[in-house]
Design a protein around this ligand. Structure first.
Ligand SMILES: [Zn+2]
Length: 215
């Protein structure tokens, strides 16, 4: 390679590595945001729906994480999604006291999976599964209906919308399972999935998500 090519190549490399999407400062290759923006993100508190159902979130679904998640979903940016997954893992791992035996990423409807090319919940689950040394599986639950956007529905409609949206494909031979999704906007989805798993004899169902709504 000629010597004049080296700075040229470095220049292209710098162009390809985009700056922090929030403040436009430089960011390290392996970080989604610059260190200052990372440190400024608040951590939402955990909550329990009941003693057998712990819900943990890494972030609030608000600026800037909301914009990042939307961008990742619609820009189909797998590389950025993997960075967000690492960020989420770093936040969640110290808060997980009772480790699950299995992580189940909330499934997408096959139609949506085809159009998007990946299930963001599965991608988010991978580094967390590694860090917890916990298997991840999409082989147990499937989404049987392409549900309407929950945000467009009233509370009673939301419950109906998701009640028959998921089905168990095969018996789940675990006692303690964690579900994982990118964002949870309603308790209706959580409730439907929890009932589905408890009907399989699972004693403890936890839920992990990248972000929770502010309200
Ligand atoms: Zn920044």
């Amino acid at each position: 390679m000629p010597s004049w090519y080296t700075p040229f190549k470095r220049g292209w490399h710098a162009l390809l590595r985009s700056p922090c999407p929030l403040c436009h400062a430089n960011r390290a290759d392996e970080q989604l945001l610059c260190s200052d923006c990372l440190a400024a993100l608040p951590t939402p508190p955990a909550f329990e729906l009941d003693p057998d159902f712990m819900v943990l979130y890494a972030f609030y679904y608000d600026k800037p994480i909301r914009e990042l998640i939307l961008k990742l979903k619609f820009a189909h940016s797998l590389a950025d999604l993997q960075l967000l997954a690492q960020l989420m893992t770093a936040r969640l791992v110290p808060r997980i006291i009772d480790k699950p035996e299995l992580i189940i990423p909330v499934p997408l409807h096959p139609k949506r999976l085809r159009s998007r090319g990946f299930n963001q919940a599965l991608e988010l689950a991978k580094p967390l599964g590694n860090a917890l040394n916990c298997p991840i599986s999409t082989a147990f639950i499937k989404r049987t209906q392409s549900t309407k956007a929950q945000s467009s529905l009233r509370a009673t409609e939301r419950v109906e919308n998701v009640q028959h949206a998921f089905a168990v494909i095969q018996p789940i031979p675990y006692r303690h399972v964690a579900l994982l999704d990118d964002v949870i906007t309603t308790g209706a989805t959580l409730g439907a999935l929890k009932h589905l798993l408890q009907a399989q004899g699972i004693e403890r169902v936890d839920f992990y998500a990248c972000a929770r709504p502010l309200g």
